[in-house]
Design a protein around this ligand. Structure first.
Ligand SMILES: *[C@@H]1O[C@H](CO)[C@@H](O)[C@H](O)[C@H]1NC(C)=O
Ligand SMILES: *[C@@H]1O[C@H](CO)[C@@H](O)[C@H](O)[C@H]1NC(C)=O
Ligand SMILES: *[C@@H]1O[C@H](CO)[C@@H](O)[C@H](O)[C@H]1NC(C)=O
Ligand SMILES: *[C@@H]1O[C@H](CO)[C@@H](O)[C@H](O)[C@H]1NC(C)=O
Length: 470
């Protein structure tokens, strides 16, 4: 009897694990910045972090060359500006695929082409070109015999939904359904591709923080939310938003089309009105999301379907416009230092599971400092130098900060408190931070032409203390 039960148990386990297939984590490598490391260094960073899926916003030959023979799967993009010409002329699509895809494949493991990005939200009205452009790109892939290896799709913003709450009421905006959603879904189904969607629970939270629980948004312990339409209980907003997309697909009878989350993330710094933007919350959201994805299972509506998710983003991008949050979605600073420490692979997850936490290791400041620094008030920021820009640029910026800029540079003079370590990066960091604090951490006061960037942990150079205000 015991043996029989045991084999039933094993059978049950194997059935369960077949259903709870593990998902995958990739990352968006956005490059709207002037201070990022060389692509070859970025590839090393991805490998060192165990990240084997990356998504780009273009087809930069420098980046695609750096990714060759790396065994990292790559999703590339055809920018919105090319949609109309690609839609109008098959030969334009052919040339694009030849110059930007077949030239790099298979050395570079291109797995998908995002044709356009959040096209329905493009102020230039490119929606009508989307499906024709996708069809032409697909026809080119067929021509080059790449269509079985490389999928085409197009990342859609959640704003394409008319309704997303409760999840079961999920539906696409009526004006998009016939012109573009259905033709796109037909194409995705026919080419066995998947629906790409960008999902940001942060936006919903920050706009409705009085109504949405932060714990629910950050995948922490909470009582959950019951969908009044189908009675399913949601433990987190991410699952609820995804199920709104599934419900919208089902409503149009495209239940068979799979989903990939092409962007999701949380900013580590924001403006004062961007409620919830903080380093601790970003670490919780992204850390718990990675754990949720890699431990398998789908959403309440599609429990068997593993989640495939691209985090946004690899780096903070200093040249993005918009609110402060826009420049602070990165998991890494341009210096390649981590903004916060979260597990990104199953191996790391395994080793961190013994320490019960919120999935967040954000409060762990490197152990070298004194205890007072481990409780960093949220929202506090400093400015440091970016060693990647080279000594010459740093020296020029340092001279400016200490001269016209009015930074307090007395502590970095010979034998003063912050003279050691006597390096240009340490001295420039001190001066840049002084300038930044004196200017009340205002927009643009930590840039110095890309030679500086904002950090959310106190800088560490010897025993020097960096002021946080003047
Ligand atoms: C390759 O892609 C880039 C960016 O998408 C584009 O500007 C260029 O025209 C493409 N090359 C060809 C031959 O289409
Ligand atoms: C809109 O199109 C114009 C002309 O092609 C281009 O200069 C501009 O950057 C586009 N705007 C956006 C938001 O894509
Ligand atoms: C965009 O398209 C819509 C409808 O297709 C039209 O009403 C609107 O005027 C267009 N806007 C621009 C800037 O072309
Ligand atoms: C989650 O994190 C917060 C702050 O980091 C901490 O106060 C709380 O005790 C943690 N909860 C659990 C369940 O670990």
């Amino acid at each position: 009897m015991a043996t029989l039960r045991f084999s039933y148990f094993l059978l049950l386990l194997s059935v369960l694990s077949a259903f709870a297939e593990d998902g995958s984590i990739g990352i968006n490598y956005g490059r709207i910045a002037n201070n990022l490391p060389e692509p070859s260094k970025v590839v090393q960073l991805l490998k060192a972090q165990g990240l084997n899926r990356v998504k780009l916003y273009d087809t930069s030959s420098e980046v695609l060359t750096a990714l060759a023979n790396s065994d990292i799967s790559v999703t590339v993009a055809l920018p919105n500006e090319l949609l109309s010409s690609t839609a109008a002329d098959q030969s334009v699509a052919d040339k694009w695929v030849e110059a930007n895809i077949s030239k790099f494949y298979p050395a570079t493991k291109i797995e998908a082409i995002a044709v356009g990005n959040e096209v329905f939200a493009d102020p230039n009205n490119t929606t009508k070109f989307l499906v024709p452009a996708m069809k032409n790109i697909h026809a080119s892939l067929v021509k080059y015999k790449l269509d079985s290896a490389i999928k085409i799709s197009s990342p859609v913003a959640l704003s394409a939904l008319q309704s997303s709450y409760p999840s079961s009421s999920g539906s696409f905006k009526a004006e998009l359904v016939e012109p573009v959603i259905k033709p796109m879904l037909d194409l995705l189904r026919q080419t066995e591709s998947y629906f790409m969607v960008n999902v940001y629970p942060f936006f919903a939270y920050t706009a409705n923080s009085d109504q949405i629980s932060l714990d629910y948004t950050l995948f922490k312990q909470n009582s959950g939310v019951v969908d009044s339409g189908n009675g399913l209980r949601y433990n987190n907003l991410f699952d609820a938003q995804l199920d709104a997309v599934f419900a919208a697909l089902s409503a149009l009878k495209y239940n068979d089309v799979k989903i990939v989350v092409t962007e999701t993330g949380w900013p580590s710094v924001g403006d004062t009105n961007e409620i919830g933007a903080s380093q601790a919350n970003a670490a919780s959201y992204n850390g718990n999301l990675v754990s949720r994805v890699l431990t398998g299972g789908g959403t309440p509506l599609r429990p068997q379907e593993p989640l495939n998710v691209f985090l946004f983003a690899l780096f903070n991008e200093n040249q993005k416009s918009g609110p402060t949050s826009e420049r602070n979605y990165g998991l890494f600073y341009p210096s390649e230092q981590k903004v916060y420490d979260i597990p990104l692979t199953e191996a790391e997850l395994g080793s961190s599971q013994s320490t019960p936490s919120n999935g967040s290791k954000s409060q762990q400041v490197p152990a070298t400092g004194d205890m007072s620094e481990t409780s960093v008030p949220s929202g506090q920021t400093w400015c440091v130098a970016n060693g990647n820009v080279g000594e010459e640029k740093l020296q020029a910026a340092l001279d400016y900060a200490c001269g016209e800029g009015g930074a307090d540079c007395r502590p970095i003079q010979t034998d003063a408190t912050c003279y050691n370590p006597d390096t240009i990066v340490a001295h420039a960091s001190y001066a840049f931070n002084s300038y930044y604090q004196k200017n009340s951490r205002g927009a643009g006061s930590c840039d110095f032409g890309g030679a500086a960037y904002v950090v959310t942990q106190p800088p560490r150079f010897g025993t020097c203390k960096f002021p946080t205000g003047y």
